[in-house]
Structures are given as C-alpha cells and as structure tokens.
Design a protein around this ligand. Structure first.
Ligand code: HEC
Ligand code: HEC
Length: 511
C-alpha cells in the first residue's frame, strides 16, 4: 500500500507540512479562529451523545495499543478489492500521516479516524477487512474497543470466545454501535425493544424510560471520501458540518477528554475533503477509464466543479436547479459498442448496466419523504429519483427517505439479513401520525428530530467505490450488490430480467 519515504520524499514531507500548516491557518482565519471551530454549530444531539460515550469509560477495555498506519497516502493509491482495484486520488499531492490529525491519536483509546476509514475499503471498512484485523491482532486492533466496537460497552471481553461474541456485528457486518439520546419532546415512545445485547434495555447503557435515554443502533461507517459532493452528513443527516463531525467523532469514537483544536479540525477536514475514490480496475473489463470511458477517481475529481446543492434535484426544491434528468451516469457510454478489442463482453455489460440504472422506470410507492411529501400514491421515477447527483449518485439536496431498510417484523424485506440487530417497537403519541406503531431496527432520523414522520428515514449515500466496501445499506443488511438489486426488484416490483440484474451489478461494481 505504501513505501518508506526516502530523502527526497522526506524533504517533500516537510514542504507539505509547511503548506498544510499554512492552509490550516488560512482556513481557520477564514472561519473565525478564536472560538473552537465546532462550538459555532454544535448540534443538539451532541452533548448527550458525547456524555454517553464518556460515561462508557466505566467499562474497561482489555486491549490497548495504537492504530497501525502507513507512513504516506500517495497522490494516487491503488488497492485490490474483490472485483478488481479501488483507487484514491489526491489532486493536492501525497499526505504524510505522521503529522496529520486524521491519523493522530487525539483520544484515549488508541483510535484515529484511520481506524474506521481506510483507503483499501473505500475510506470505510468492509466486514471482511474487519474480520481479517480481528484474526491478525487477536482482537486487539483499536477498532475493537468496547465503547462502540462491541455490541454493548458492558459486554464480557475477558476471554477470546467472549471477545469474538462481543465484536460479532463488527466482524460479520462491519457495524459500529451508534448511541444517541432521545431528544426532549420526542413524539413517540419506545414501548418495547427486542435487544439480544441488553444494551438498550439496561438503564446504565440505554433507555431510562420509554422516552428518555440512549438508543443504540448499529450502522456502517460512511466513506470519508468524495465529501465535496455531500448534501448532508451522516446517515441521519445529524451533523451540520464536517468540522462538527470531526469534533464529535474524536470525543465519541476516540473518547477524547478534550476537543481537538481548531487547527487539528481544519487539518482533518482539509485532508478528507481532498480525497476522491472510485473503482479503477475491473477484473473482467480492465482499466475503467480505457477506450473513452471515464471511470476511476481522476475523472471523478473533475466532476467537483460542476456540483452544487440541488444540481439535479428531481423535485425542484432548489431555485437554482436546472431541469432534472434521470441520466445520472455517463461514464461507460462509449463502451455500449466497444468494437473488436479485448474485454468486449465485460465492457458492454457494464455499459448496459449504466443504461438500466438511468432508464428503468420505477413506480415509487410508500416511500416516506417522497409519496407523503408530494401527496401521490405512485411516483413514476427511476434509480436517479433518489440518486440524482451526476456521476456520483447521492441525493443533491437533503432528502431523508424511508425505503424500508430499517423495517423489522412483518414488514422486514425478505431479501435483507437483519439478524442480530435489535428491534424497536415505537408508538407514535403525538402529531398527525399519533396512534401508529412501527417496528424498526433503527429509528433513523427520528432519533434526531423526535418526529414520527422521520422514523426509518436515512440518506442515500454516494455510490462510488462500492465494490471495496461490502456490506451495503446503513445496517449492513445487504451482503452483496446482488442482494441490493434483488431488494429493489422486490420492493418496487420492477421485474428485472436476469441479464439486467447481472449488468446492473457489474455496473455498480465498476463505480
Ligand atoms: C469507530 C469507528 C469510527 C471512527 C474512529 C471514526 N468514524 Fe467516521 N464514521 C463512523 C460511522 C459508524 C459513521 C456513520 C455514523 C452515522 O451516520 O450514524 C461515520 C461517518 C463519518 C462521516 C460521514 C460521511 C457521510 O457521507 O456523511 C465522516 C466525514 C467521517 N465519519 C469522518 C471521520 C473522522 C474525520 C474521524 C476522526 C476524527 C472519524 N470519522 C472517526 C465510524 C468511525
Ligand atoms: C425511492 C428512493 C430510492 C430509489 C428509487 C433507489 N434508491 Fe438506492 N438508496 C436509497 C436510500 C434512501 C438508500 C440508503 C438506505 C439505507 O441504507 O437505509 C439507498 C442505498 C443504495 C445503495 C447502497 C449504498 C451503500 O453505500 O450502502 C445502493 C448500491 C443503491 N441504493 C442502488 C440503487 C439502485 C441500483 C437503484 C435502482 C434500481 C436504486 N438504488 C433506487 C434510495 C433509493
């Protein structure tokens, strides 16, 4: 993944260091230096979340030690993944890790941002990569810390077998525990929790009444890359800025006793905002920017100047929005008829999959955030209705949506695997939805807003670098991209042919 810096690189490193310090100083000047950067926009959930994470220090880790880290993240880094290779491009040049706050131990448990955000897995972690780290370190790698790596901080980790059980959601599905306080004035009551770990049900770690205390759900780390394209931060959109996100991650995941400095926060945000990640090579189709195609992270970086909030908003919420197009991706169009060269069949399949993504008409029904907001029974859309940012695939405006991934009980999607997740029964007590009862593995945005209408709503993430970072969806319930496609086929009764499914999966694997 990296090489040792020689004398020339070391000189370059000190040059980069001086530039980074200068840049950090400029950024903090521009943002107003004297107050800690994150205090300017501290979100309402944060104090409760942080005090919960720090209270959890009453449960002691058995392992200590630092995060193994490569000396440098090169300007162009390529790593093998299950369908070829994923690559990260830093237009501003290589980053030396020893003096960059993203890679520094700013907390008390040995973790850094790099613990959960690594390039070879698209700047998150894959379940397979975590399982390998567990075996290689005997469960001592800093990702295995009970505060949120374990199913509950109160878990027994005193024997190898106990440890294996405590970290099973992390090693099997790549899930981190997210403990968030129910907000004051919450419209619903948590009337029951089926919790295999007794984490929500124990008042020391969880709920203190049906409307107070900490709700623990289990979520996939989102990729800390391609961030210039985000319209909302975190699965539930709870962070107002990357600065507040980095602050809260340090105080939470890393259990820091004091917040990072404004300069450290600026350095973290500058580093992660300078990363562009995409699949670069496909095992069957070869180089994804060959023969006129524009896959890979360099072409992706060139999309950034074209992006703005609402760039392709299907609902016209943004006054600056142009007319919506469902043609979200045009990376592989030149491969539709790629001529008599190598890789033909594989390239044509990827190009056809792009057409399936762009052109398949989907009757969108029962999606809170669309059908209720527009007040229509059926909205005739496509994948791009919800994944509208051109060549990126997240939503170009904030759009918390409930497509049913968090549903449990009778409504649980049959294709998805929600085994091992707690199931919450939520009864809506106030507002227009009063009386309704929901069974979910995650209340989603409702834990932040307290509103019944937000139950099960989450954001659609960026669809690049997918092949490197299975499993999928916020709760890791789709083990493969085939499961993702089968979920949509069933949920919206699309009726994909086997060929369309294969092509769509090949396309998603090439993003
Ligand atoms: C223990 C694992 C862990 C550590 C350590 C960690 N993160 Fe994360 N990160 C996550 C998880 C899990 C999420 C998604 C949580 C959610 O949405 O509720 C996330 C989300 C993010 C996102 C949001 C991306 C998006 O699309 O919205 C960014 C940015 C991010 N992390 C950056 C950082 C930074 C910077 C640090 C270091 C200060 C850090 N993370 C440390 C696990 C971690
Ligand atoms: C009605 C809105 C909607 C439509 C239509 C839609 N998606 Fe999604 N998509 C979402 C949301 C919301 C999520 C995140 C859900 C979650 O994790 O809870 C998501 C997640 C995904 C993910 C997982 C990404 C990850 O990082 O885990 C993939 C892949 C995906 N969608 C592909 C597609 C494809 C392909 C289509 C068309 C067949 C499609 N989507 C249609 C809203 C939609």
């Amino acid at each position: 993944m990296s090489s040792c810096p020689d004398a020339a690189t070391a000189r370059y490193a000190s040059h980069v260091l001086r530039l980074a310090v200068l840049e950090a100083a400029l950024i903090s000047l521009a943002w107003g230096t004297l107050r800690p950067a994150a205090a300017q926009d501290a979100p309402a959930f944060a104090p409760g979340m942080i005090s919960h994470m720090q209270n959890m220090e009453q449960f002691k880790d058995v392992d200590h030690g630092l995060q193994p880290t490569p000396p440098v993240i090169p300007r162009f880094e390529v790593d093998p993944d299950p369908s070829g290779a994923v690559a990260t491009f830093q237009p501003n040049g290589a980053t030396f890790t020893f003096n960059n706050a993203f890679f520094q131990n700013l907390g008390t448990n040995g973790r850094t941002c790099f613990t959960c955000h690594q390039p070879q897995t698209g700047w998150t972690v894959s379940a397979a990569s975590v399982a390998e780290r567990f075996v290689a370190s005997g469960g001592s790698d800093p990702i295995f810390r009970i505060v949120d790596g374990a199913t509950c901080p109160s878990d027994d980790v005193s024997t190898p077998a106990a440890k294996q059980a405590a970290y099973k959601l992390l090693t099997e599905k790549g899930l981190i525990r997210i403990g968030l306080p129910l907000p004051a004035g919450v419209q619903f009551a948590v009337t029951a929790v089926d919790d295999p770990y007794d984490c929500n049900t124990n008042p020391v770690t969880g709920l203190t009444s049906t409307t107070t205390g900490i709700v623990s759900t289990y979520r996939r780390p989102l990729p800390a890359t391609n961030l210039g394209f985000l319209s909302t931060i975190m699965w539930d959109g709870r962070e107002p800025s990357l600065t507040s996100q980095a602050n809260d991650a340090t105080l939470g995941h890393a259990q820091a006793a004091t917040p990072p400095s404004a300069a450290q926060l600026a350095e973290i945000v500058a580093f992660e905002s300078g990363l562009f990640t995409a699949q670069d090579i496909d095992n069957q189709a070869g180089y994804l920017a060959a023969a006129g195609a524009t896959g890979g992270p360099v072409a992706l970086s060139l999309q950034l100047p074209n992006f703005f909030i609402g760039v392709n908003d299907p609902f016209g919420n943004n006054p600056t929005h142009a007319s919506f197009t469902s043609q979200i991706f045009d990376l592989f169009q030149p491969w539709l008829a790629s001529g008599p060269v190598g890789y033909v069949a594989a390239r044509e399949s990827i190009a056809r999959g792009e057409e399936v993504f762009n052109n398949t008409v989907i009757s969108i029904t029962g999606v809170a955030g669309i059908n209720d907001v527009l007040n229509v029974q059926t909205f005739s859309g496509s994948c791009g209705t919800c994944h509208d940012t051109p060549n990126v695939g997240n939503h170009s405006v904030k759009a918390p949506l409930d497509i049913g991934i968090a549903d449990a009980g009778a409504k649980a999607p049959p294709v998805l695997d929600i085994s091992g997740l707690p199931v919450f029964t939520l009864k809506c007590m106030a507002g227009p939805l009063a009386g309704n009862v929901y069974q979910v593995t995650d209340p989603g945005r409702a834990t932040i807003s307290g509103l019944c209408q937000d139950i099960g709503k989450l954001k659609g993430p960026i669809l690049r670098g997918l092949a490197s970072r299975a499993p999928y969806f916020h709760n890791g319930s789709a083990a493969t991209l085939t499961d993702v496609v089968n979920f949509y086929d069933q949920r919206f009764k699309i009726g994909f042919t086997d060929q369309e499914k294969t092509d769509l999966v090949n396309f998603l694997n090439s993003l």
